[in-house]
Design a protein around this ligand. Structure first.
Ligand code: PXP
Length: 249
């Protein structure tokens, strides 16, 4: 008997199109054009992270994405007053709160929402009162997940970076932690997403977690676009996700 599985959305993160653009200044390649191509190829949403140092996505990219794309915008942001103000002005479909340290290469580890509960709760309340869905990027830790529910988040995005980096039994343990986190989150009424570091070889086991409804994938897809083109890369990722979903249906 088949499971009644929710559709698994693919959110494409276009940050690193902006990284390449910014390497030379100017306007090429255009992250907005990339977002539109990703949508044409089957992306269900677009994610962009406006970092404090604007190393890739810039303020005008966010405004243009909101004005142009035909699918939901997931705005990744640090829990700062500046980013809250931009989110309230932009009104993305969702805001995903992530940890951010100026010196880190990418988002390392999930947000410690237990350690900053009242601040995150205030920000979540402000965003929600403006109709923005609140997503919290956290480790798959039962205590963090319970705190997300207490805060009133709509969504948790479970960090898959360590799963992708590890091998052997450490990877299996990490997968099991993510699977358990998705069950806990789902049982608490949270919409469960996952992302970070996923590629063709790692997406299958994550896509097969039945409680997940969205994966957010960026760096690998933009890298694959160099060799195979963005649309084929998005379509191929979609194919891997669909195969994984079918194996558990
Ligand atoms: N989800 C979150 C919360 C992130 O911060 C990132 C990286 O910006 C991603 C997903 C996508 O990660 P990657 O670029 O490694 O696919």
């Amino acid at each position: 008997m088949g499971l009644d599985l929710p559709y698994l959305r693919l959110g494409v993160n276009i940050d690193h199109v902006a990284t390449v653009r910014n390497a030379r200044g100017g306007s090429h390649p255009d992250p907005i054009e990339a977002a539109m191509l990703a949508i044409e190829a089957g992306a269900d949403g677009i994610t962009a992270h406006l970092r404090e140092d604007r190393r890739h996505i810039r303020d005008d990219d966010i405004a243009q994405l909101k004005a142009t794309i035909t699918k939901p915008l997931n705005f990744e942001m640090a829990a700062t007053d500046e980013m809250v103000a931009i989110a309230l002005q932009t009104r993305p479909n969702a805001a995903c709160l992530v940890p951010e340290k100026r010196e880190e290469v990418t988002t390392e580890g999930g947000l410690d929402i237990r350690g900053h509960q009242s601040r995150i709760q205030d920000i979540a309340g402000m965003l929600k009162s403006h109709g923005i869905r609140v997503s919290l990027f956290i480790e798959s830790d039962p205590k963090q997940i319970e705190t997300a529910a207490e805060i009133g988040a709509d969504i948790i995005e479970l960090h898959t970076g360590r799963y992708c980096d590890e091998t052997g039994s450490a990877r299996a343990e990490e997968l099991s932690r993510i699977q358990q986190g998705a069950v806990i989150g789902h049982d608490l009424g949270l919409e469960c997403h996952a992302g970070h570091g996923l590629g063709f070889d790692t997406v299958g086991d994550i896509a097969a977690i039945p409680q997940l409804v969205e994966l957010n994938i960026g760096h690998f897809l933009i890298g694959a676009a160099v060799t195979m083109g963005l649309k084929p890369a998005v379509q191929e990722m979609r194919r891997y996700m669909d195969i994984a979903r079918k194996t558990i249906a």
